[in-house]
Design a protein around this ligand. Structure first.
Ligand code: CAO
Length: 426
């Protein structure tokens, strides 16, 4: 079996850069020139092509790894006789011959893939393939709203953009220009005392376009409410392990996920997406995958917990912990960020009452959860101490009315009531 190493080639300024996509799988047969990984620096992204045809035998890297020239990406098993001959010839050639015959080819191939976006007005995330696709269709990638993680532009985003018929002179870009004008200040902070200027963390830079896109496109309204979860909390705190008798570590979030999904079943418009208003179409999802905003040292990530309707509280709680840990260890596959019904952003473990969460586009609503507190409230004709959970529902006012949002919150409130809490745990 003839195995050959495929290493990171010389690609100019790309040193210690992050792998953001692995484009091949073990066992897959590829041709010379096929892209195998995508690298991304702060300024640009590049797809690295294979310089040999064959079968992928061993992928040595994973998404999130940082690599430089010469690092091993994967091994390829040469299948065709002519490929083996080519490699044998290369090996037999002198080092000088090798440099002159092989290097220019690599550079030429890679150069065509490098997307230098230094001259654009904002950082737009898209793979070279998508950029090429946009160019071929005459679309300006810099004004396309990305629906993927951190606002990354996908091929589908380009297609939707073309369908919308937006061009460079349309409002989004003007808005951005106006925003630039508005935030320009005419003084220097250092005029007023000592300052320290630092780089904005990378994940924040990447997520910024996604947040701006959502905030600019979706007319947000946030509905606040308070839910009495006294019985739910008593029930949660009473849960013990069937075998050991030890108290189960289940946070309120697992209950809230279940309550949310039960409400989504009653109010399908909250489990929908509109990507192209002009098409007059709205997509209703029949699945219940809930996005959970996870605070990590690298920034905020929103993985999905799949099929929440089919899992019990304990299962959800365990999965939530595992998924949050994967995010914090950067061991999560990017697919886990796609395909959500609605998102929950819980600051309950941290503090505060009420906030205005930004909808995770292309979803149409997000449920913000704050920290529950014991409060004296009028219960019947007496003041009594109850546990109150503040919630904040931001919704897309294009398709959800205020009355519907209020009813949706009422439904969540009822679902977190005593009887439902018992039912949920089964
Ligand atoms: N009210 C009161 N206490 C709460 C609570 C609430 N609403 N929600 C959680 N808690 C408690 C938990 O019970 C736990 O208590 P113990 O330590 O006594 O067991 C503690 O707070 C810590 O919980 P947690 O945060 O570890 O777990 P979680 O399941 O509530 O949340 C996760 C998991 C991943 C969502 C959370 O860790 C996180 O990252 N939150 C931040 C999300 C964020 O940044 N959102 C803002 C995004 S901008 O829109």
């Amino acid at each position: 079996m003839a195995l050959i190493d495929i290493k990171v080639p010389n690609i100019g300024d790309f040193k210690d850069v992050e792998i953001i996509e692995i484009l091949v799988k073990n066992g897959q047969e590829i041709n010379k020139g096929d892209s195998i990984i995508t690298l991304e620096s702060d300024k640009s992204s590049v797809e690295v092509p294979s310089d040999h045809s064959g079968k992928i035998s061993n992928i040595n890297v994973k998404v999130g790894d940082k690599v430089s020239e010469g690092d091993l990406i994967l091994k390829i098993e040469l299948i065709k006789t002519e490929d083996i001959k080519i490699v044998e010839k290369e090996i037999n050639n002198t080092k000088d011959n090798y440099e002159t015959t092989k290097k220019p080819l690599e550079k030429k191939e890679i150069k065509t893939n490098i997307q230098n976006i230094n001259n654009t007005e904002k950082l737009v995330l898209a793979s070279p393939r998508v950029r090429k696709f946009a160019r071929e269709l005459g679309a300006d990638i810099n004004i396309i709203s990305g629906s993927e993680k951190f606002g990354r532009v996908s091929e589908d985003d380009v297609k939707s953009f073309i369908k919308l018929g937006i061009n460079k002179k349309q409002p989004l870009k003007n808005n951005e220009k106006n925003q630039k004008k508005q935030i320009k200040i005419e003084y220097d902070h250092s005029d007023f005392g000592e300052i320290d200027v630092k780089d904005i963390p990378r994940i924040k830079k990447l997520s910024a376009p996604h947040l701006v896109n959502s905030f600019n496109i979706i007319p947000h309204v946030t509905h606040h409410d308070e839910i009495d979860i006294t019985e739910m909390e008593e029930f949660r705190n009473s849960l013990t392990d069937h075998y050991t008798g030890e108290k189960l570590k289940i946070t309120p979030l697992a209950f809230i996920m279940k309550a949310l999904v039960a409400a989504l079943k009653e109010f399908p418009s909250f489990n929908s997406s509109i990507e192209d208003m002009s098409s007059g179409k709205i997509t209703f999802k029949k699945y219940f995958h809930i996005g959970i905003a996870v605070d990590t040292p690298n920034g905020l990530m929103v993985p999905k917990i799949r099929q929440v309707d089919k899992k019990n509280i304990q299962h959800l709680s365990t999965e939530l912990r595992e998924v949050a840990q994967k995010c914090r260890d950067l061991k999560i596959d990017k697919k886990e960020f796609y395909g959500g019904s609605m998102t929950i952003s819980s600051l309950g473990g941290i503090g505060g009452s009420f906030f205005t969460p930004i909808i995770n586009y292309p979803e149409v609503a997000i449920l913000g959860v704050s920290k529950s507190n014991k409060k004296q409230i009028l219960f019947g004709d007496r003041f009594t101490t109850r546990t109150i959970l503040p919630i904040s529902l931001s919704y897309d006012h294009r398709i959800i009315d205020g009355a519907e949002a209020a009813r949706f919150c009422n439904e969540i409130r009822d679902n977190l009531g005593k009887n439902f809490a018992f039912k949920l745990a089964i």
